[in-house]
Design a protein around this ligand. Structure first.
Ligand SMILES: NC(=O)c1ccc[n+]([C@@H]2O[C@H](COP(=O)([O-])OP(=O)(O)OC[C@H]3O[C@@H](n4cnc5c(N)ncnc54)[C@H](OP(=O)(O)O)[C@@H]3O)[C@@H](O)[C@H]2O)c1
Length: 313
């Protein structure tokens, strides 16, 4: 596997990041460990979790699974979501960040995080407070790099500007939702990332499985699938236009004799701003799909054609 430069840092990551949100939430530890091991065996060195995934359960499983290889992997986690009932158990305040990092480090059985991300923009906390807290974590050695997720382009730029002005460590990466039926990041975020040298690690490259074609219009959502267990995904993806896009992409894939899941993932990977998509897998076979997609090299023309087909459906 060829490794990629993580934005303008000296860090090198695999071209696929394993998303760990499913672990301890949709599948238990016994089912999760073989997936993590298969990822390691395939050369994946990049793992993304968050304190809120399974309310800490994901971090605990990942911590146990990666303990022996900790020095060879790039471990990313996040802070922002509600972790308790107290008023300061959420958000991107200095208070919550400094408490949360200790909890994440304990659950992950490590003394540092390689990438610590603000899970979403906090309108109630000044960015300079958040950045100062993150800067302290980097200087103390508890965190190596910082990033953000679900930020709009203006919010990232404001953070970069404040960081530069105050001589604080910069965000080195963004983590937006991005896939064939959710292309908003193409407007501002992805060009901004190219311009600023930010790594881009898009989540939901398969639209949480919607792009696999397992969901049908006018049919009930199958149980034991992402859209059944995480119902907010339904609000994002269950739309007539998206069903038409999935059908059009499936036909394009059929004509080429390539599984549509692989093409959909390869399409995300082929955007010039993308460093590594964060793929989710409930089974080994699903992870294998993602690994196979990496082997597909999509040309600029093929990418444009798929974009057009999904757009015009
Ligand atoms: N920053 C954020 O706000 C945020 C939000 C969401 C996710 N994330 C991160 O991104 C990671 C990936 O997100 P995601 O899980 O939404 O990504 P995804 O790769 O679009 O969806 C993964 C899901 O799709 C289904 N799937 C995958 N391959 C399949 C295949 N070959 N055939 C059929 N179904 C298949 C599986 O769900 P089922 O089998 O259950 O249907 C799997 O869990 C997460 O683990 C997390 O680390 C971040």
């Amino acid at each position: 596997m060829e490794y990629r430069q993580f934005g303008r840092t000296g860090l090198r990551v695999s071209p696929i990041c394993l998303g760990c949100m499913t672990f301890g939430r949709e599948i238990d530890e016994q089912a999760s460990l073989p997936i993590i091991q298969r990822a390691l065996d395939a050369g994946i060195n990049f793992f993304d979790t968050a304190n809120v995934y399974g309310h800490g359960a994901s971090e605990e499983i990942v911590g146990r699974a990666l303990k022996e290889v900790r020095g060879r992997v790039v471990l990313a986690s996040k802070v922002y979501g509600q972790m308790g009932d107290a008023p300061n158990d959420r958000g991107a305040s200095r208070y919550h960040i400094l408490n949360s990092v200790e909890d994440s480090l304990r659950r992950l059985q490590t003394d540092h995080l390689d990438l610590y991300q603000i899970h979403r923009f906090d309108p109630d906390t000044p960015l300079d407070e958040t950045l100062r807290a993150l800067d302290d974590l980097v200087r103390s050695g508890k965190v190596r790099y910082i990033g953000c997720s679900n930020f709009d382009a203006w919010q990232v730029m404001k953070a970069l500007w404040i960081g530069d002005r105050e001589h604080l460590v910069r965000f080195v990466s963004i983590q937006p939702r991005y896939n064939l039926v959710f292309r908003e990041p193409e407007i501002d975020l992805l060009p901004m990332a190219l311009s600023e040298g930010l790594a881009v690690i898009p989540y939901s490259p398969l639209a949480g499985g919607f792009l696999t074609g397992k969901y049908k219009p006018d049919e009930p959502i199958p149980p034991d699938t992402r859209l059944a267990t995480a119902q907010w995904y339904q609000g994002i993806y269950v739309k007539d236009k998206n069903f038409r896009a999935v059908a059009a992409v499936a036909e394009y894939a059929r004509q080429r004799g390539i599984p549509k899941e692989q093409l959909a993932l390869a399409w995300v990977m082929s955007h010039p701003a993308v460093t590594a998509p964060i793929v989710g897998a409930r089974t080994l076979a699903q992870l294998d799909t993602a690994l196979a997609a990496h082997a597909l090299k999509m040309t600029r023309e093929e990418r444009a054609e798929m974009s057009r087909i999904a757009e015009e459906a």
